[in-house]
Design a protein around this ligand. Structure first.
Ligand code: KIV
Ligand code: NA
Length: 265
């Protein structure tokens, strides 16, 4: 099996070959998305939401993200595994950022790390990249800044924020990031950014002109009943499937239909 590397993704942009990315937080899911042929797996700090039930991504710790990453890496043969550095582990100073990234690579076994922001975290990115660790950027709606934004609405609709986003994207390329996630921004702006840089853009709610797309696994398989933003395409309705299966199991246990003779020793 030919493993996907950061170089593969750069080449995919060059060849106009779209990049598919999805989140995973555990071994069993990692095996399934890898078997489905996904190019890159994101161990997202969205684990704080979908695995732990928090309202925001802020509470998850580096130790917890390392644990999720270890579980995912054990299930992957082909895909590139990118792990989010959580809130508070890279913003304060570049030395701490490098320390966090090193732990994620060494203990977590990630192939790359992702961090949110542009100019503000320039020195942290430089430090991590200089240590030989591949960095994926993340611009637009960066959920670790939700208390500053105050809303999960589309970002960069105004010129000033759009211009900052374009210059941040160029800066990320300059600093040596291998790719950048663009979250919830106008499709026109994502197209502009994609054309302005030579590293791949991976969109979520950023239109079809990005070099790739990423979705949260639990959302795309329909496990997350209450969450249905416009950008989300649901490929399954697992919430209904699973609650139905559990209801049937409950019924079978109560009626002593399960286990039957062939299911007994
Ligand atoms: O944590 C996450 O799932 C993410 C993606 C939505 C890009 O950062
Ligand atoms: Na994230």
């Amino acid at each position: 099996i030919k493993k996907i590397t950061t170089e593969t993704l750069r080449k995919m942009k060059f060849d106009n070959d779209k990049i598919s990315m999805i989140t995973a937080y555990d071994f069993t899911t990692a095996k399934m998305v890898d078997a489905g042929g996904i190019d890159a797996v994101l161990v997202g700090d969205s684990a704080a939401n979908v695995m732990a039930g928090f309202e925001t991504t802020l509470p998850i710790t580096l130790d917890q993200m390392i644990y999720h990453t270890q579980c995912v890496v054990r299930g992957i043969d082909r895909a590139l595994v990118v792990a989010d550095l959580p809130f508070g582990t890279y913003q304060s100073n570049p030395e701490k950022a490098l320390e966090s990234a090193v732990r994620m690579m060494k203990e977590g076994g990630a192939h790359a790390v992702k961090i949110e922001g542009g100019k503000e975290i320039e020195e942290s990115i430089r430090k991590i990249v200089n240590a030989g660790i591949p960095v994926m950027g993340h611009l637009g709606l960066t959920p670790q800044s939700i208390y500053q934004f105050g809303t999960y609405k589309v970002r960069a609709k105004e010129d000033a924020e759009a211009e900052k986003l374009i210059s941040d994207a160029k800066l990320l390329e300059e600093l040596g990031c291998f790719a950048v996630v663009l979250e919830k921004i106008p499709a026109d702006l994502a197209k502009k950014v994609t054309e302005a840089i030579t590293i791949p853009t991976i969109g979520i709610g950023a239109g079809a002109n990005c070099d790739g797309q990423v979705l949260v696994y639990h959302d795309m398989v329909g496990m997350n009943k209450g969450f249905s933003p416009k950008f989300l395409r649901r490929y399954l309705d697992l919430y209904t499937e699973i609650t139905g299966a559990v209801a049937q199991y409950v019924k079978d246990v109560k009626s002593v239909d399960f286990p039957n003779e062939s299911e007994s020793y």
